[in-house]
Design a protein around this ligand. Structure first.
Ligand code: MG
Length: 257
């Protein structure tokens, strides 16, 4: 090492030692305390829960049927919903066709109760068939699957012709069934395909049938799912053409998410 290189070496070492010394002077991190990973605001809003015995909805719910009338609904063909209201429930009118909520929704929690009439006859899809369509596009099947076999991706709680339910939790005809549905609306790309597909959780009589299931597209009777861009949409209840006795609904409410 010549004299010039030796000098450069000494300078370089001095710089390194200085930097090293500076790093050692960084303040020590404060020791974590429990409160440092907690935050207190904003507090979640207070919701007064409903009472399942008196069929009341949570305090912030949009009540879609309270036992009195179908004012929140209309025919999908236009005009008033012509289904029959009686005894705190409403019953499908097969001649009148499907009905839908007047209001349109994006993501929500939906509570809806439904009854297969006692003594119903028919088999497979021709026994108590109805359905609940999210945003008018995606059907959660309603069917009497109490001791009634059908194709699994068409049974109660299926995403129709897509995803079978994880269980069969049917109550027998004459007893009320309860659906609690959590639905997340899709987000679309500019080209009309899903950026985030719709997802759904379906709980039937307290039993999980769909666990954050990805919806693949529309629930077609004939053909495969189609992806069609849409915005907020109505909840549609199906008036199915099967010849069995019509089913009923009651206590319908929704919380927007
Ligand atoms: Mg159906």
């Amino acid at each position: 090492m010549n004299k010039r290189n030796s000098l450069l070496f000494v300078v370089a070492c001095t710089v390194c030692m200085t930097v090293g010394a500076q790093q050692k002077e960084y303040p020590q991190r404060e020791q974590m305390r429990p409160g440092m990973s907690e935050y207190w605001t904003p507090q979640p809003k207070v919701v007064i829960p409903g009472d399942i015995h008196t069929q009341t909805a949570p305090s912030d719910a949009i009540v879609l049927f309270d036992g009195k009338n179908l004012d929140a609904w209309e025919s999908t063909k236009g005009g008033a919903a012509q289904w029959t209201v009686r005894d705190d429930a409403f019953t499908v009118n097969k001649k009148a066709g499907d009905i839908q909520t007047k209001q349109k929704f994006d993501s929500y929690q939906l509570h809806i109760e439904w009854l297969i009439p006692e003594g119903i006859i028919g088999s497979s899809q021709a026994r108590g068939n109805s359905g609940i369509f999210m945003q008018g596009m995606y059907e959660v099947q309603v069917l009497d699957c109490y001791e009634n076999e059908t194709y699994v991706n068409g049974q109660t709680g299926s995403i129709y012709k897509q995803t079978p339910p994880l269980a069969n939790a049917m109550r027998k005809p004459g007893e009320w069934n309860v659906y609690d549905i959590i639905y997340s609306a899709p987000i679309f790309k500019e080209d009309g395909t899903y950026r985030v597909p719709p997802t759904i959780t379906v709980i039937h009589n307290g039993v999980v049938l769909q666990n954050h299931t990805t919806i693949l597209g529309t629930t077609e009777y004939i053909g495969f799912p189609q992806v069609t861009p849409h915005g907020a949409g109505s909840i549609v209840l199906q008036s199915h053409g099967d010849p069995s006795a019509p089913i009923s609904f009651r206590n319908v409410w929704l919380r927007e998410l």
